[in-house]
Design a protein around this ligand. Structure first.
Ligand code: NA7
Length: 539
């Protein structure tokens, strides 16, 4: 038997928006539960990503928790797209309002999780030497929670401060008048760059792949707009359940070339002036399936970039040449392209001018050494699988999840893995994707009812069958053949060297995912095997 220092029915790993919602549900159903969180506070993404101008690309009111009317009615979103401090405040208020904090263990990073077949329990060990025992291990460890640091020669030699956007210090980073390097031009770099451009002495942006960023067009919400939002939550809830990504943007139904050139142009302009991720969903139905349609919209965006960036050489470097709009998750920007018109900003194109090494004083490229006071990595995450594979998960017979997933993840519904009984996944590969709270709530609600089903029937073990996981994994991959995808996209594992290239999210849309889960429930949890009391240990 494991050395049961502290035993629970359910342990949730991760105190981001998904894990907190799971804890809320667990409490509602009276489970014996504890949530373990690596950070010093709650909020996950919104605890760690404290870099200037970190904010959501989802409209805040669509990003809220929707399960409690009082909570909805009592929170005002001050801007369309809330910034990190507001979101961190929101999750703290959530935790306090529902008295969840007493079940949360902060500064507790899980480093090993081992399944013990005779007892049917998981034993978790933490970086601080604690041991927890649980029947159900619910992983809510996030899809973008393990920062990716590129392997650049000499990386440890730089004498000045080095920061990753996803590990930004709470006290901030003093960049005033400093020579700053930013490596990476994904969503994080594209938010950060214009936010610090006025403060820095000089800014050098290291770009490996140019990105198609569109204006976020954030704005403050007036008291009247806030009131309208509060009044319209029932209709909004319906809209968010209907749209494929759980966003406020309606899915396009028309195809690109059904419209004339001038109609297309007018539509594209409306999207450019619209807010948030609208272009991703509401451009045309064939935007990321038909290469000609995609090229048409990408050309429009390229013109926009040329019209903003005054140096034509820099403008061309900022226009992606290897992928079209939407083949990677598009960043939203606020003054990003304009930043390159400033005389103290330099763009280093890593494909034309690769990095040789990092030195004590700066970054040495093929052309020359550039000296810096601060280096910032905005180099993204080991997405979807990173957090699960870092947790030291070992299932039946001590088999490591890293071995089981060596060629890519293998799951049933993105929730369970054969050979790993009672491991339930709330956020990981093969689950939904889109406006994260909207996709997470579907998965959390399913996991909650799955555990309730087992409890109601006196079962103590839940395990997905291999056949069900094979069919689900094939279903997940099938979606990939319909989409135009960039090789380097993090949702195919393309951003982390050595990671298997696999299509990682469930991309048939949240409504389809929900209906698949409903079918599984209606069929008596088809694809799962349940067992009553665990195999008794030999005396
Ligand atoms: P992303 O979108 O993965 O962006 C990371 C950036 O870092 C991207 O431009 C990468 O270039 C770049 N990168 C990665 N490795 C290197 C190396 N070795 N050298 C230079 N540049 C590198 O992460 P973000 O944090 O910006 O955004 C993640 C998600 O968070 C975002 O999509 C939203 O959903 C919120 P690459 O394109 O791989 O060539």
């Amino acid at each position: 038997m494991p050395d049961a220092s502290t035993e629970y029915e359910v342990l949730i790993v991760g105190g981001g928006l998904t894990g907190l919602y799971q804890l809320y549900r667990a409490r509602e159903h009276g489970w014996s539960v504890r949530l373990l969180e690596a950070g010093g506070g709650v909020g996950g993404t919104w605890y760690w990503n404290r870099y200037p101008a970190a904010r959501t690309d989802s409209e805040g009111y669509s990003y809220a928790y929707f399960m409690n009317e009082e909570l909805l009615q009592s929170w005002d979103w001050k801007e369309t797209f809330p910034a990190q401090p507001d979101l961190e405040r929101y999750y703290n208020e959530f935790v306090d309002r529902f008295d969840l904090r007493r079940d949360i263990e902060l500064n507790t990073r899980v480093t090993a999780a081992e399944y013990d077949e005779p007892s049917g329990r998981w034993t978790l060990r933490t970086a601080t030497g604690q041991t927890f025992v649980t029947r159900y291990l619910v992983a809510a460890s996030g899809v973008l929670s393990v920062p990716h640091f590129p392997d650049i020669p000499g990386a440890g030699e730089f004498a000045g401060p080095v920061h990753h956007t996803a590990q930004w210090p709470a006290e901030g980073v003093d960049v005033r008048g400093k020579r700053v390097a930013v490596i990476g031009t994904g969503s994080s770099g594209i938010q950060l760059i214009p936010a610090i451009v006025d403060e820095v002495g000089s800014l050098t942006v290291y770009q490996r792949t140019a990105n198609w960023a569109m204006p976020l067009n954030n704005k403050p919400l007036s008291p009247q707009e806030q009131e309208d939002i509060r009044r319209n939550y029932p209709a909004l809830r319906e809209l968010l359940r209907r749209t494929s990504g759980g966003f406020v943007h309606e899915d396009a139904t028309r195809k690109t070339f059904e419209d004339s050139e001038s109609e297309r142009r007018a539509h594209y302009e409306r999207l450019w002036n619209g807010q948030g991720m609208r272009a991703m969903f509401s451009t045309y139905a064939d935007l990321v399936t038909d290469p000609a349609a995609n090229a048409e919209f990408s050309r429009f965006l390229a013109e926009k970039i040329r019209s903003i960036v005054t140096d034509p050489v820099v403008a061309e470097k900022l226009i992606p040449s290897d992928h079209g709009f939407g083949m990677k998750r598009p960043p939203m920007e606020n003054g990003y392209y304009e930043a390159f018109n400033r005389s103290h900003v330099e763009l280093v194109d890593l494909r034309a001018n690769p990095t040789r090494r990092i030195t004590a004083t700066g970054i040495e490229s093929e052309d020359r050494l550039r000296e810096f006071d601060v280096i910032v990595y905005a180099t993204g995450f080991d997405a979807f699988t990173g957090a699960l594979l870092k947790m030291g998960i070992r299932g039946r017979d001590g088999v490591s999840l890293n071995d089981t997933w060596a060629d890519g993840p293998f799951t049933y519904l993105g929730v369970a893995v054969p050979g790993y009984p009672n491991l339930l996944i709330d956020s990981g590969p093969h689950g939904t994707y889109g406006n994260i709270p909207r996709s997470a709530e579907v998965q959390v609600d399913f996991v909650t009812e799955l555990v309730n089903h087992a409890r109601a029937h006196g079962y103590e073990r839940i395990e997905a069958t291999t056949e069900a996981a094979e069919a689900w994994t094939a279903h997940v991959y099938e979606a990939a053949q319909y989409y135009l995808l960039a090789d380097g996209a993090w949702y195919v594992g393309g951003n982390v060297p050595g990671k298997p290239r696999r299509f990682l999210p469930y991309s048939w849309g949240i409504p389809t995912y929900r209906s698949k889960l409903d079918e599984v429930v209606a069929a008596g949890y088809r694809g799962f095997e349940f067992a009553t009391a665990a195999v008794p240990s030999p005396v």
